[in-house]
Design a protein around this ligand. Structure first.
Ligand SMILES: [Fe+2]
Length: 180
Protein backbone atom coordinates (compact mmCIF):
# COMPACT_ATOMS: atom_id res chain seq x y z
CA UNK A 1 0.00 0.00 0.00
CA UNK A 2 1.34 3.40 -0.97
CA UNK A 3 1.21 5.95 1.83
CA UNK A 4 1.28 9.56 0.67
CA UNK A 5 1.99 12.77 2.50
CA UNK A 6 -1.06 15.07 2.78
CA UNK A 7 -1.28 17.81 0.18
CA UNK A 8 -2.23 20.38 2.78
CA UNK A 9 -1.65 21.21 6.41
CA UNK A 10 -3.52 23.66 8.58
CA UNK A 11 -1.93 24.60 11.88
CA UNK A 12 -5.33 25.40 13.36
CA UNK A 13 -4.40 27.44 16.40
CA UNK A 14 -0.88 28.73 15.76
CA UNK A 15 -0.44 28.97 12.02
CA UNK A 16 -2.01 29.08 8.60
CA UNK A 17 -2.82 26.77 5.67
CA UNK A 18 0.13 25.41 3.75
CA UNK A 19 0.42 23.19 0.69
CA UNK A 20 0.38 23.16 -3.06
CA UNK A 21 -1.85 25.74 -4.73
CA UNK A 22 -2.66 27.50 -1.46
CA UNK A 23 -3.64 31.03 -2.37
CA UNK A 24 -3.47 34.00 -0.04
CA UNK A 25 -4.04 37.72 -0.07
CA UNK A 26 -4.02 40.63 2.34
CA UNK A 27 -6.41 43.55 2.47
CA UNK A 28 -5.23 46.97 3.54
CA UNK A 29 -7.35 49.77 4.93
CA UNK A 30 -7.22 51.36 1.47
CA UNK A 31 -8.76 48.21 -0.05
CA UNK A 32 -11.61 47.91 2.43
CA UNK A 33 -12.23 51.47 3.67
CA UNK A 34 -15.54 51.61 1.76
CA UNK A 35 -16.99 48.94 4.07
CA UNK A 36 -16.86 51.18 7.15
CA UNK A 37 -19.31 53.88 8.15
CA UNK A 38 -16.71 56.68 8.23
CA UNK A 39 -13.22 57.41 7.01
CA UNK A 40 -10.58 57.28 9.74
CA UNK A 41 -7.94 59.84 8.76
CA UNK A 42 -5.72 58.63 11.61
CA UNK A 43 -5.40 55.15 10.12
CA UNK A 44 -2.64 54.70 7.53
CA UNK A 45 -3.99 53.52 4.17
CA UNK A 46 -1.43 50.70 4.07
CA UNK A 47 -2.55 49.27 7.43
CA UNK A 48 -3.08 45.52 7.01
CA UNK A 49 -6.66 44.79 8.06
CA UNK A 50 -7.04 41.10 7.31
CA UNK A 51 -5.45 38.16 5.52
CA UNK A 52 -7.03 35.18 3.77
CA UNK A 53 -5.67 31.73 2.88
CA UNK A 54 -7.52 29.08 0.90
CA UNK A 55 -7.14 26.21 -1.48
CA UNK A 56 -9.31 24.85 -4.23
CA UNK A 57 -8.49 21.34 -5.41
CA UNK A 58 -10.17 21.98 -8.76
CA UNK A 59 -12.45 19.70 -10.68
CA UNK A 60 -16.20 19.39 -10.43
CA UNK A 61 -18.09 19.71 -7.14
CA UNK A 62 -14.93 20.88 -5.44
CA UNK A 63 -14.81 22.02 -1.82
CA UNK A 64 -12.77 25.00 -0.73
CA UNK A 65 -11.00 25.27 2.62
CA UNK A 66 -10.14 28.69 3.95
CA UNK A 67 -8.86 30.80 6.81
CA UNK A 68 -9.51 34.46 7.52
CA UNK A 69 -7.44 36.41 10.07
CA UNK A 70 -8.93 39.76 11.07
CA UNK A 71 -6.50 41.97 12.95
CA UNK A 72 -7.61 43.82 16.11
CA UNK A 73 -8.05 47.24 14.54
CA UNK A 74 -10.90 49.72 14.86
CA UNK A 75 -11.89 52.34 12.28
CA UNK A 76 -13.33 55.33 14.13
CA UNK A 77 -14.19 52.84 16.91
CA UNK A 78 -15.93 50.51 14.41
CA UNK A 79 -14.68 46.94 14.76
CA UNK A 80 -12.65 45.38 11.97
CA UNK A 81 -14.88 43.40 9.61
CA UNK A 82 -15.05 41.46 6.39
CA UNK A 83 -17.05 42.90 3.51
CA UNK A 84 -19.67 40.16 3.82
CA UNK A 85 -21.53 38.40 1.03
CA UNK A 86 -24.42 36.23 -0.02
CA UNK A 87 -23.62 33.19 -2.11
CA UNK A 88 -24.56 33.63 -5.76
CA UNK A 89 -26.34 30.29 -5.43
CA UNK A 90 -28.65 30.89 -2.47
CA UNK A 91 -29.03 27.14 -1.91
CA UNK A 92 -25.30 26.69 -1.12
CA UNK A 93 -24.39 26.61 2.60
CA UNK A 94 -21.01 27.10 4.30
CA UNK A 95 -19.32 26.07 7.54
CA UNK A 96 -17.34 28.54 9.66
CA UNK A 97 -15.36 27.56 12.74
CA UNK A 98 -13.60 29.72 15.31
CA UNK A 99 -9.85 29.18 15.62
CA UNK A 100 -8.68 32.08 17.77
CA UNK A 101 -9.65 35.41 19.25
CA UNK A 102 -13.28 36.40 19.54
CA UNK A 103 -15.83 38.10 17.46
CA UNK A 104 -19.21 37.91 15.81
CA UNK A 105 -20.66 36.26 12.75
CA UNK A 106 -23.42 38.52 11.48
CA UNK A 107 -26.16 36.94 9.38
CA UNK A 108 -28.77 38.68 7.24
CA UNK A 109 -31.51 37.20 5.08
CA UNK A 110 -32.90 38.73 1.87
CA UNK A 111 -35.55 40.61 3.87
CA UNK A 112 -32.91 42.27 6.04
CA UNK A 113 -33.59 40.15 9.13
CA UNK A 114 -30.29 39.92 10.97
CA UNK A 115 -28.68 38.32 14.00
CA UNK A 116 -25.20 37.49 15.26
CA UNK A 117 -23.54 34.40 16.66
CA UNK A 118 -20.56 34.56 19.01
CA UNK A 119 -17.43 33.12 17.43
CA UNK A 120 -14.54 31.83 19.56
CA UNK A 121 -11.91 29.11 19.51
CA UNK A 122 -13.88 25.89 19.01
CA UNK A 123 -17.22 27.37 17.90
CA UNK A 124 -18.84 25.92 14.77
CA UNK A 125 -21.35 27.74 12.55
CA UNK A 126 -23.59 26.37 9.83
CA UNK A 127 -24.51 29.16 7.43
CA UNK A 128 -27.61 28.36 5.39
CA UNK A 129 -27.42 29.50 1.78
CA UNK A 130 -30.11 32.12 2.15
CA UNK A 131 -28.08 34.18 4.64
CA UNK A 132 -25.43 36.80 3.94
CA UNK A 133 -22.50 36.50 6.35
CA UNK A 134 -19.85 38.83 7.72
CA UNK A 135 -17.14 38.46 10.39
CA UNK A 136 -16.39 41.14 12.98
CA UNK A 137 -13.42 41.18 15.37
CA UNK A 138 -14.64 42.42 18.76
CA UNK A 139 -11.54 41.23 20.66
CA UNK A 140 -8.04 42.49 21.32
CA UNK A 141 -6.09 39.87 19.36
CA UNK A 142 -6.21 38.37 15.87
CA UNK A 143 -9.62 36.84 15.14
CA UNK A 144 -9.10 33.59 13.22
CA UNK A 145 -11.95 31.81 11.49
CA UNK A 146 -11.85 28.76 9.25
CA UNK A 147 -14.35 28.05 6.49
CA UNK A 148 -15.43 25.29 4.15
CA UNK A 149 -17.72 25.80 1.16
CA UNK A 150 -18.36 24.57 -2.35
CA UNK A 151 -16.81 26.36 -5.29
CA UNK A 152 -20.19 26.55 -7.02
CA UNK A 153 -21.52 28.75 -4.18
CA UNK A 154 -19.90 31.88 -5.62
CA UNK A 155 -19.83 35.30 -3.97
CA UNK A 156 -22.51 37.95 -4.35
CA UNK A 157 -21.16 41.25 -2.98
CA UNK A 158 -23.57 43.38 -4.99
CA UNK A 159 -26.58 42.36 -2.90
CA UNK A 160 -24.82 43.68 0.23
CA UNK A 161 -24.06 46.98 -1.50
CA UNK A 162 -27.73 47.33 -2.41
CA UNK A 163 -29.00 46.20 0.98
CA UNK A 164 -26.33 46.61 3.70
CA UNK A 165 -26.31 44.80 7.03
CA UNK A 166 -28.69 46.72 9.35
CA UNK A 167 -26.25 47.19 12.24
CA UNK A 168 -22.63 48.14 12.69
CA UNK A 169 -20.49 47.02 15.61
CA UNK A 170 -18.35 49.44 17.62
CA UNK A 171 -15.96 49.01 20.49
CA UNK A 172 -16.29 51.91 22.87
CA UNK A 173 -14.64 51.89 26.31
CA UNK A 174 -14.03 48.18 25.78
CA UNK A 175 -17.76 47.53 25.30
CA UNK A 176 -19.34 46.10 22.15
CA UNK A 177 -22.02 48.51 20.90
CA UNK A 178 -24.43 48.07 17.96
CA UNK A 179 -25.49 51.08 15.92
CA UNK A 180 -27.66 51.60 12.84
FE1 LIG B 1 -19.60 32.52 2.08
Amino acid sequence: MEIREPKYTHDFFNGVINGENVESYKKTYKDISFAYADVDKGLALDTEMYEVYFFNCGGENTLLWGLTILHPITVNEECNLTRGHFHLDRTEPELYFGLGGQGLLMYMDEDGNSFCEKVFKGSVHYIHGNYAHRLINTGDIDFKVGACWRDVAGHDYKAIENKPFPKRVYKINNETIFRD
